[in-house]
Design a protein around this ligand. Structure first.
Ligand SMILES: [Zn+2]
Length: 87
């Protein structure tokens, strides 16, 4: 999930589902700095890769739609399932 340009590194968005997806974070001098950058920007680590804020909002919005269909459920449970389907 790290993309390299010259000797610069950036973390790539894992899903790129949102139309306004950031695609990747800022280019930094090292992979560690690139990950620090996305962490600072509140990207979500899915276990396999990073999901940008825009895609996270997109998935959260979709979960809300699902919740309307399913009725009231435990919120945390739904959030977890939503992230699971992203993988
Ligand atoms: Zn994204």
């Amino acid at each position: 999930m790290i993309i390299k340009k010259g000797n610069q590194f950036a973390v790539e968005c894992q899903t790129k589902q949102a139309s306004d997806c950031s695609q990747h974070g800022d280019f930094c001098d090292s992979e560690e700095e690139a990950e620090d950058w996305v962490e600072f920007e509140c990207w979500i680590f899915s276990g396999e890769g990073w999901i940008c804020i825009k895609c996270n909002e997109y998935f959260m919005a979709n979960i809300k739609v699902q919740r309307k269909v399913k009725g009231p459920d435990d919120m945390d449970d739904d959030l977890f399932k939503g992230i699971e389907t992203v993988r």
